[in-house]
Design a protein around this ligand. Sequence first.
Ligand SMILES: [Mg+2]
Length: 247
Amino acid sequence: MDEWSGCRKDRWRAGLLASVSWCRQWHAVGGCPLPPMVTGEDHIAWRENADMTSMSAGSSTPYIPASSPRSADVVLYLDLDGVVHHEAVLWHPRRGIYMSPYQASEHSLFEWLPLLQEELAPYPQVAIVLSSTWCIRPGYAKTLQLLPKELRARFIGGTFHKRVHGADPWLLASFRDTSRGQQILEDVTRRKPRQWLALDDDIEDWPPAILDRLVACDGKTGLSDPQTLMALRDMLQKCDAALVGNH
Ligand SMILES: [Mg+2]
């Protein structure tokens, strides 16, 4: 019995490895990674990431993009849950994402977004990178469709790239296991913005070297907390001053 199940396990493992190997080869194509069937959202995500290639075939090094993604003078890494609305957000396959009627009955999705827009208004040079599980579900393109047009125009990408991380379950798992701070640091390394800051309520395991870029939120109050809003204002001013100083 044990011998038979061991044999089945080996076959299963061999099949999984073959499938992962295929995914990696597909990623490594780089120049023409468009699959035969592409949905509207997939196409947008693919177009956005068309300049992103991944690891070399056969390498065990995960996800090394070959070319630079979009960047800006100042990038704001924006989380959504616990920042622009209460952290108690649920997901249902039919209903999608919605606010928990038990933990946050008085709250609604994106309720504090106008506060963010107001703070960003004096700084048209600030671009936004989505740094949230919303990048994975419902996805970057679908998330942007839910945001006001003026704010949408500031977005230049997300820390998660569906066509790079998502096609390979092991890479997706690796991305999910990486701390929020580390995900952001990796994106900063690729985009190389001149200045950047992050708005997040997930403050666990941030690399100490970048803690001074974080405007930490309380997940229950997010940007509705005047002190958080003040901290954001200070950080935006600092980024702006540093830009002017470097000219
Ligand atoms: Mg959050």
